[in-house]
Design a protein around this ligand. Sequence first.
Ligand code: NDP
Length: 328
Amino acid sequence: MFRAMIVDKAEDGIVTAGVQEIAENRLPEAEVLVDVAWSTLNYKDGLCLTGKGGLVRTYPHVPGIDFAGVVAESADERYRPGDKVVLTGWRVGEAWWGGYSQRARVKADWLVPLPEGLDLRQTMAVGTAGFTAMLAVMDLEAHGLKPENGPVLVTGAAGGVGSIATAVLARLGYEVAAVTGRPETEGYLKELGAARIVPREELAEPPAKPLDRETWAGCVDAVGGNMLARVLTQMKYRCSVAAVGLAGGAAAPFTVVPFLLRGVNLLGVDSVMRPYEDRVAAWGRIARDLDMEKLEAMAQPAKLADLPELGRAILKGGVRGRVVVDVN
Ligand code: NDP
């Protein structure tokens, strides 16, 4: 028996979440059994914990879209008992029982070995949010972003994706402009390396015209909606926006004019189905390009039992930085 966060849906549609003791034979069938050490809280976890967004189709369910732990049993030759592993994506925690559990059984293809230079806890302080922020930075670089091109905007900056993007970009020598709706996080964001703060209200309304002043050499956008539309009108010639999230809405009221007249690129960033090689590369870059003291400054601890409340909070934009969950 072991402990896991179980989300269930009653006949009247009400979704509840609570820690339960469960038997190992209830885990799904797959090659690798992992003793989970750490998990974390991402925006999607908020949706799964509260039954929102239609992500979880089958109940009862164990959420947790990422985890880090030690292999207990493996029927795949790539992993042996005692190996330290990390999992993000592959719809684990949505369509498969996830990391809010002391044990998880998953496909070997979904795992990556613990990246050199990081410990298990640090990987979950980064989590899917931070891993995706790194993928976004790498995609921007692949499209020509360099520090000398000009300032880079990070939206939803005090959240998980935004905090890691801010810290990584600052460490790489970029001038980071951090958009936040929480003025009280200014000191925090400047500690992470933001050169200046852009109040959310400045970018909250739909664009009034197809092109605005050329301002940003790049953008990591965790917000979507009106903010993404506004940012597109302010991009410099042939510069790129990495669209990561939808914390401010999925529908964005933009025209194609920035693409046609300024050669602006809108890059989609998916972390869930990302191939193994990209995953290993991104974790390697995190170990190299993220200041571990800054990672600690953005991480707060939590236990399994704290998750229902934290899940509601993250959906309201009420969590700062990253939450690291000790599942044991
Ligand atoms: P967080 O809640 O930690 O961060 C989101 C931030 O967005 C908030 O902290 C807040 O920042 C800002 N925000 C929230 N609501 C609004 C709003 N209505 N208007 C404008 N800004 C808002 O979530 P995560 O960092 O974990 O995830 C961010 C987004 O990225 C989510 O949509 C998530 O689903 C997506 N994501 C996508 C992935 C992918 O593979 N593409 C992987 C991981 C995440 P502030 O207070 O500073 O304004």
